[in-house]
Design a protein. Structure first.
Length: 431
């Protein structure tokens, strides 16, 4: 499979090169040259296929011959060694739980897949790749866990000081080995800017082979389509139009769902559920794309002012806003509304959501009020214990820590404080 840069000023790329480089040389995001729907036979036999078989068939065209069938099957199988259950909450609303992986957020899927692809490409080489990743919370932990001990890969994670939850901070600062955490005096946008600047900094790029593990990387982004497929398989017997409400920040997850749709999965519509960082909600209302600095909220993994994957979503809809509007709705909710929703979900169904899932629930409710005969699935993108303070406060209940969290919570944090780009750069030059 060939990938082209959405900035259209760079040569086409192989899958391997796109994974190794993250961004194209013209700073554009890579996008698959073609997307071929899966055949009828695949959909007829869907019930008989395991998750790994579905995922393998879906991803194969995006990898092509670059990873042999047996190796790719193994990568997929290792990536997906946990469950993706659906829980029905109320009439027309279910949640897809994406938090059963090692760091209890959906990003485990993309991080595990990407780490294994890089490990495969490095299998016979002594070259070292440095993965640079900015995190607003969950990416760091998922990447740290996914890449721990992978041959030929060092990981540097930048996170905003004081703006991730305690559990999230422990998940990205306690593993050691090939994982290094940098605590940045700033916001997530500052972290992301430092990463972007590093990729353009010849002093660094001449010394280090840098790549990114944010959802701009095709190997992080594309495997996120898998669980939309698993959800469809579980719900298709309902015979209702299926709509996904996706709590969105950088819009990689929802964009991967749209790839599942392109591959032929009959998904009726998507809802981008946002917190007050709502550039896309406003775009669909006003036709003007007006990014703003990010605002801190209780659903911090969605505190993104200028979502990097939105350009891919536009490409998928021929850069036509009316085509886009027919497939995507977007709503934005405040922290107060989110807390009220957490409380309401708990009192109505006894279900404890996390703040991101609660935003997804609110989006589902808003859409359902105008489209009563659909089944809306909101993605539970993280486990509630990752946001313990907020959730315990709202539901007034102590939550038992799952084993994955217990394992890190008492470990000692190891992070280097950096106050600006220059400090970050000199750290990297000595690295
Ligand atoms: C990353 C993240 C999101 C946002 O996903 P995007 O792909 O960036 O839109 C939502 N919820 C949680 C818990 C996350 O970690």
């Amino acid at each position: 499979m060939k990938y082209y840069s959405l900035n259209k000023q760079a040569p086409d790329s192989s899958f391997e090169n796109a994974v190794r480089k993250g961004l194209a040389p013209d700073r554009g995001l890579y996008f698959p040259e073609q997307i071929t729907p899966l055949n009828e036979n695949f959909f007829e036999k869907l019930d008989e296929l395991s998750n790994s078989e579905i995922a393998f068939k879906a991803i194969q065209q995006f990898v092509g011959e670059e990873i042999p069938k047996g190796d790719l099957e193994q990568i997929v199988e290792e990536t997906l060694n946990f469950d993706f259950p659906i829980v029905d909450l109320e009439e027309g609303i279910s949640t897809l739980e994406l938090f059963h992986g090692p760091t209890m957020a959906f990003k485990d899927v993309g991080a595990r897949f990407m780490a294994r692809c890089l490990g495969y490409f490095n299998r016979n080489s002594d070259a070292e790749v440095t993965v640079l990743v900015a995190t607003s919370g969950d990416t760091g932990g998922a990447v740290a866990s996914g890449f721990l001990g992978v041959k030929g890969v060092r990981v540097v994670i930048l996170y905003p000081s004081g703006k991730v939850s305690d559990v999230q901070e422990k998940q990205l600062t306690t593993l050691g080995q090939n994982i290094t955490a940098l605590e940045v005096d700033g916001t997530f946008d500052d972290c992301q800017d430092m990463v972007k600047k590093a990729f353009l900094d010849i002093d660094l790029t001449s010394k280090l082979e840098l790549t990114s593990a944010n959802s701009i990387n095709v190997a992080r982004w594309l495997p996120q389509m898998f669980y939309f497929m698993f959800a469809y398989k579980q719900l298709k017997a309902l015979n209702k139009p299926i709509v996904f409400s996706v709590p969105s920040g950088n819009f990689g997850n929802i964009c991967a769902g749209m790839i599942a749709q392109k591959l032929g999965f009959p998904i009726e519509h998507f809802i981008a559920s946002n917190n007050t960082n709502n550039v896309v909600t406003r775009f669909l209302e006003t036709d003007t794309y007006d990014p703003q600095p990010s605002i801190q909220t209780i659903s911090n993994a969605m505190d993104v002012g200028n979502p990097s994957n939105f350009i891919r979503i536009q490409a998928l809809h021929n850069n036509d806003i009316n085509t886009l509007k027919s497939n995507l709705s977007s709503y934005s909710f405040s922290d107060d509304e989110t807390k009220t929703a957490l409380d309401k979900i708990y009192s109505n169904s006894g279900y404890i959501a996390d703040p991101h899932g609660a935003v997804g629930y609110l989006g589902a409710k808003a859409y359902l009020s105008n489209h009563p005969n659909t089944q809306v699935i909101f993605l539970e993108t993280a486990h509630p214990t990752k946001f313990l303070d907020v959730v315990e406060d709202v539901v007034s209940k102590k939550i038992e820590l799952p084993p994955q969290i217990k394992a890190v919570i008492d470990q000692k944090k190891q992070a280097t404080f950096v106050k600006d780009y220059e400090e970050f750069k000199s750290f990297m030059l000595k690295f």
